[in-house]
Design a protein. Structure first.
Length: 115
């Protein structure tokens, strides 16, 4: 099973930006996505991207602020996060969906947005 490694998290002030890369251990020609989990809350969908990059989907809470992209040559998916808000604070995970089912998960990267 492919292994995923997220990075790029950190502490940022509200209004700031972060870019999260997620690198897969092998070529992943399937849908990939980002999820997040805040303390005391369930994991929620953030964004997804088709294998070609032609189709992207976003949670309403991040539309217009976050952008998902991928570089298949580098086996990497990115989440560009702009205009960050304190409510974006969470552990961010990436995942793949080879059979339209989210399966492999990374270990997560912490994003903390201060007000």
């Amino acid at each position: 099973q492919v292994q995923l490694v997220e990075s790029g998290g950190g502490l940022v002030q509200a209004g700031g930006s972060l870019r999260l890369p997620c690198t897969a251990s092998a070529r992943t020609l399937s849908m990939m996505g980002w999820f997040r989990q805040a303390p005391g809350k369930e994991r929620e969908f953030v964004a997804s991207i088709s294998w070609s990059g032609a189709n992207t989907y976003y949670a309403d809470s991040v539309k217009g602020r976050f952008t998902i992209s991928r570089d298949n040559a580098k086996n990497t998916v990115y989440l560009q996060m702009n205009s960050l808000k304190p409510e974006d604070t969470a552990v961010y995970y990436c995942s793949t969906a080879p059979n339209s089912i989210w399966s492999a998960w990374g270990q997560g990267t912490q994003v903390t947005v201060s007000s």
